[in-house]
Design a protein around this ligand. Structure first.
Ligand code: CAA
Length: 381
């Protein structure tokens, strides 16, 4: 067992940290306030290779390991969690399924521009009537001999307004349940796709989220991802990778909550002393450090298993559950340490509190994570 970071890990940490502090930090609060996307910053992230971190170089990516990917996402999210989720979704839920299940032609046409950052990717699974029960989709895809004709609607799509390419699942054979679902690669300007308005969100407001409606939208057969009936497995496998990304995003938020708390508690005087000298504050800081370090190790372990080519469904769920609950708890503690100031928009912890909340909801709620973990454990022993 080796707990040391490699040179590559140190390099990507420094690159991501420098970029976050020098570029993202300047605009993060204003983009959150105005709900504006980070188009300019995204171009620079693409140049740094952050849109295809684990994609092999032959497909336009940076060819790094999954721990490098975790490190980069944590560093970016520490400054701006909206950037974290967008980078996570395009890497884990768009690049990854095409790399894993795509044909060579699909890789050439879609994966290379995604990894190079010419396209931004999204993922369309959730529907108005299907959230946690992802096998019970209503969107249908009917093959007419040349095209699949898609009808239905999807919602809560990260980068729904800024994205170019989406992985979408639809039912091709209702009688087969989860095995009757098929995945497709969708381009945003296809006829028959109508994107909804931007959702008004509590947090991660510099990322856009929208719904879409499919009205007799014709998808060429060459855009089917994998075989008919593989859609649910493709979605679940992608979500294993996606949950790692959200774990890393949550770690970034939690780390920022800790750093802000330490800084503030040394500056804030009460009863003639900095509040960092009070044990009530010290214990909160100790608990934050413990929970963050534990969640980070769990995340790295799941990432390591992925790179070993092992099944890591349970470990990804553990990592996401622990990291996201650490993030919401740490952000809450950080607000408490800041007292009344933490409740104002002048202090970063207010945004961390709002941004953290969704990490327990998207890409599988904490309840679904417990279900995935308990099913695996009950099978194991
Ligand atoms: N990897 C590979 N295969 C998997 C798998 C995985 N992680 N999970 C399930 N499968 C396979 C099973 O082995 C099974 O295969 P067989 O038919 O060959 O036996 C098949 O899929 C069905 O599995 P289950 O019986 O376990 O399926 P289920 O209906 O009981 O559902 C669930 C399981 C865990 C509850 C699943 O529905 C789930 O994860 N729900 C949450 C959905 C979710 O995370 N949504 C987030 C949407 S994305 C998002 O948030 C938007 C965004 O932009 C950020």
């Amino acid at each position: 067992m080796d707990f040391a970071y490699s040179e590559e890990h140190e390099m990507i940490r420094q690159t991501a940290r420098d970029f976050a502090e020098e570029v993202l930090a300047k605009t993060a609060a204003e983009r959150d306030r105005t709900e504006s996307f980070f188009h300019e910053e995204l171009k620079q992230l693409a140049e740094l290779g952050f849109l295809g971190i684990v994609v092999p170089e032959e497909y336009g990516g940076a060819g790094m390991d999954t721990i490098s990917y975790m490190i980069a996402l944590e560093e970016l999210s520490c400054v701006d969690a909206s950037v974290g989720v967008v980078i996570s979704v395009t890497n884990s839920l768009a690049c990854y399924p095409i790399l894993e299940f795509g044909t060579e032609a699909q890789k050439q046409k879609y994966l290379i521009p995604l990894a190079e950052g010419k396209y931004l990717g999204g993922f369309c699974l959730t529907e108005p009537e299907s959230g946690s029960n992802a096998a019970d989709l209503k969107t249908t895809a009917v093959f007419d001999g040349e095209h699949y004709v898609l009808n239905g609607s999807k919602n809560f799509i990260t980068s729904g307004l800024s994205g170019d390419i989406f992985i979408l699942t639809a039912v091709t054979d209702k009688s087969k349940g989860a095995r009757g679902t098929t995945a497709f690669i969708i381009e945003r300007d296809l006829e028959g796709i109508i994107f909804g308005a931007k959702e008004k969100k509590m947090g991660i407001r510099s990322s856009d989220t929208s719904s879409l409606t499919l009205d007799d939208c014709r998808i060429p057969v060459e855009n089917r991802l994998g075989e008919e009936g593989m859609g649910f497995k493709i979605a679940m496998t992608s979500l294993d990778s996606g949950r790692l990304g959200i774990a890393a995003q949550a770690l970034g938020i939690a780390q920022a909550a800790l750093e802000e708390s330490v800084k503030y508690s040394k500056e804030r005087y009460q009863f003639g002393r900095p509040i960092s000298e009070f044990q009530a504050i010290q214990f909160k800081i100790a608990d934050m450090e413990c929970r963050i370090q534990a969640a980070r190790l769990l995340t790295y372990r799941a990432a390591y298993l992925k790179d070993q080519g092992k099944r890591y469904t349970k470990e990804a769920a553990i990592a996401k559950l622990c990291a996201s609950e650490t993030a919401t708890w740490a952000a809450d503690e950080a607000v408490q340490i800041h007292g009344g100031y933490g409740y104002t928009k002048e202090f970063l912890v207010e945004r961390l509190f709002r941004d953290s909340r969704v990490t327990e909801i998207y890409e599988g709620t904490s309840e679904i994570m417990r279900l995935v973990i308990s099913r695996a454990v009950l099978d194991e022993y």
